[in-house]
Design a protein around this ligand. Structure first.
Ligand code: LER
Ligand code: MN
Length: 270
C-alpha cells in the first residue's frame, strides 16, 4: 500500500476535508519532504493546471499523482449527474470528461464523489439510478480510452441519497456496461454507514481501487476512534496495493496533519 495526501486549490471547497490548500507547488514540496508517495489533487478545472509543469515538478520530487477530484463541478458550477434537466446532466458529464483527460495527462484516475448528486426535485430514485448508470458507463469507457480507471465513491447519507454503502456500490458496479469503474472507499463515510468497516472492505474486494484514509471525525488518522488494525488486515487480505490517501481536515494545521498521517501510515503498514 502506498501513501498519498490531498491538496485543494478550489476556493469554493474551503472548509472541506483537504490537508494542503491553495498552493499546489508548496503542497507537493511539503508532501515530498515528509516522504509521501503521491498527492491527490482537487483543482477548479482542467484550465487551472499546466499538466506538463505539474508532471515535471512532481517527478523531480519523486511524487506520483494518486488521483484527481471532480468535485469542482458541483461546488463551483452546481452541476451533478442526476439533475432533472438533460442539458445540465450533459454539462456534468462533459466537465467530468475534461477532468478525466487532465488526470490521464498526469497518469492519474479521476474520482466521482459529490458529482453523483442526489435524486429528488421530481426525479425518482429509479430514474436517477438509471441516469447514473448510463453516465458511469459512458465515463468509464472514456477513462478506459484514456488509459485510466474511473473511481466511484459512495458517500454518507448526509451528502447523497444515491449510494451510501459498499454493498450498494458493488451492486451498482456489477450492473454497468463497463468493468473500468472501481470503488473509492472513504473511511469517514464508511464509519457512518457500514456495520463493520473491515467486513465491508472484504466485500468490496477487487472492486476497491482507492482509499480515503482518515479518522472517524474526519481528522487525520489517529485523532478519532477508528480502529485501524482490522481495516489494514482486511486490505491486506484483499491484496489491496493502491493508495491510502489522506482526505482529512487540516487539523490542527496542514503541516501537523500531514506529519500525523505519514506517521500513522508507517506505523500501520511497515
Ligand atoms: C466528499 O465527502 C468526499 O469524501 C470526497 O472525496 C468526494 O468528492
Ligand atoms: Mn472522500
Amino acid at each position: 500500500m502506498k501513501s498519498a495526501i490531498t491538496i485543494s486549490f478550489v476556493p469554493e471547497a474551503r472548509g472541506g476535508p483537504f490537508v494542503y490548500w491553495d498552493d499546489l507547488s508548496a503542497g507537493c514540496r511539503s508532501a515530498a519532504a515528509l516522504g509521501f508517495d503521491a498527492v491527490e489533487i482537487f483543482a477548479p478545472g482542467p484550465e487551472a493546471i499546466d499538466t506538463k509543469e505539474v508532471i515535471k515538478q512532481t517527478s523531480d520530487l519523486g511524487l506520483a499523482i494518486a488521483a484527481v477530484g471532480t468535485g469542482a463541478g458541483w461546488v463551483k458550477h452546481k452541476l451533478h449527474l442526476v439533475q432533472p434537466d438533460s442539458a445540465s446532466r450533459r454539462k456534468a458529464i462533459d466537465f467530468i470528461k475534461s477532468i478525466i483527460d487532465m488526470g490521464a495527462a498526469l497518469d492519474a484516475p479521476a474520482i466521482i464523489g459529490s458529482m453523483q448528486g442526489r435524486w429528488g426535485e421530481g426525479v425518482t430514485r429509479e430514474v436517477a439510478i438509471e441516469w447514473f448508470r448510463q453516465a458511469l458507463s459512458e465515463l468509464g469507457d472514456h477513462a478506459d480510452k484514456a488509459g485510466q480507471v474511473l473511481l466511484y465513491e459512495p458517500l454518507n447519507r448526509y451528502e447523497t441519497n444515491m449510494v451510501n454503502t459498499t454493498a450498494a456500490g458493488v451492486e451498482l458496479l456489477a450492473s454497468l456496461a463497463t468493468e473500468n469503474v472501481k470503488l473509492l472507499s472513504d473511511l469517514f463515510h464508511m464509519n457512518i454507514e457500514e456495520t463493520d468497516i473491515a467486513a465491508a472492505l472484504r466485500l468490496g474486494g477487487s472492486h476497491i481501487g482507492h482509499i480515503h484514509f482518515v479518522d472517524s471525525n474526519r481528522r487525520p488518522a489517529g485523532n478519532g476512534h477508528m480502529n485501524y488494525t482490522p481495516i489494514i488486515a482486511a486490505l491486506r487480505d484483499i491484496q489491496y496495493t493502491g493508495y491510502l490517501s489522506a482526505e482529512a481536515f487540516p487539523w490542527p494545521d496542514s503541516e501537523a496533519a500531514a506529519k500525523q498521517t505519514i506517521s500513522m501510515y508507517r506505523q500501520l503498514t511497515e
